[in-house]
Design a protein around this ligand. Structure first.
Ligand code: SF4
Length: 260
């Protein structure tokens, strides 16, 4: 193409500004030589590698919206194994590990909290950290401990994200494991600690202030259940410790009479 025809052609395309600037000629760009063979080979190798990349692993199956019923496990080994692999509710997606329970497996007192917090989730044991130490002190005041005549568990065995309350459907999904623990421990009394544990166990929204101070029952065998404050709440509201002490005195008296 001679220079005059080239200029007319560019003008017709609206590209005549190229003629007044010191920029590469677009026609020259269009006619640029093909990329060297080495570059083409590298590009084709990348394409082939992409095609050869295996498909990503399928995401683990989401837990069901409503957990189907399961048989209550009849022995400790089976109960522990089922809990360790459990995906019956959404809490399985955010836990580090399940937190089964701790204590004497034939205790007269079973303490039930709402669910593992961050420290429990990390250590795999219920009621550790400051609140756990206060619970140990509370038990000690009535001559109990997690190593002597007490078993400690939670309504749900996996940590709710951001320490939110376990939801009723999560408590329901986890209920067979708590029932198994109750059947195996056979305590004389359950001590529910805190509003959430009490409300989830009794399936009610009644405030703690109205649930405390009266004997309830839980589970297929209607095990007697008493309610007190959660030690984490007592750390924030030490003035309530006097009421918690009254609850503990009832627990001690009840267990004393049950043993006689
Ligand atoms: S909270 Fe209970 S039901 Fe839910 S995944 Fe954990 S062990 Fe299973």
């Amino acid at each position: 193409m001679d220079e005059l025809r080239r200029r007319q052609y560019l003008k017709a395309l609206g590209l005549d500004l190229w003629l007044s600037r010191d920029t590469p000629d677009p026609l020259a760009v269009a006619e640029a030589p093909p990329a060297p063979v080495g570059v083409r080979r590298a590009v084709s190798e990348v394409r082939e590698a992409r095609l050869a990349t295996p498909a990503p692993e399928p995401a683990p199956e989401a837990p069901p919206a409503t957990a189907p019923p399961i048989e209550v496990p009849q022995d400790w080994t089976r109960a522990r194994a089922l809990v360790a692999d459990c995906r019956r509710c959404r809490l399985c997606e955010t836990r580090t590990q399940t937190v089964f329970g701790v204590g004497v497996e034939a205790a007269s007192l079973m303490v039930i909290g709402e669910g593992p917090g961050a420290e429990e989730d990390a250590r795999g044991e219920p009621f550790v950290g400051r609140a756990g130490r206060l619970l140990d002190e509370m038990l000690k005041s009535i001559e109990h401990s997690r190593g002597t005549d007490s078993y400690i568990a939670n309504v749900v065995k996996c940590r709710p994200p951001n320490n939110r309350d376990p939801q009723p459907d999560e408590a329901e999904a986890c209920r067979p494991y708590l029932e198994a623990q109750l059947k195996l421990v056979k305590p004389k009394l359950i001590l529910a600690v805190g509003r959430v544990a009490a409300q989830r166990l009794l399936q009610t929204d009644t405030p703690l202030s109205r649930l405390r101070g009266q004997l309830h029952h839980w589970g297929p065998d209607r095990t007697p259940l008493w309610i007190t404050y959660h030690p984490a709440y007592l750390l924030r509201s030490p003035r309530e410790k006097a009421k918690a002490w009254a609850d503990l005195k009832f627990v001690s008296r009840f267990l004393g009479e049950a043993a006689s």
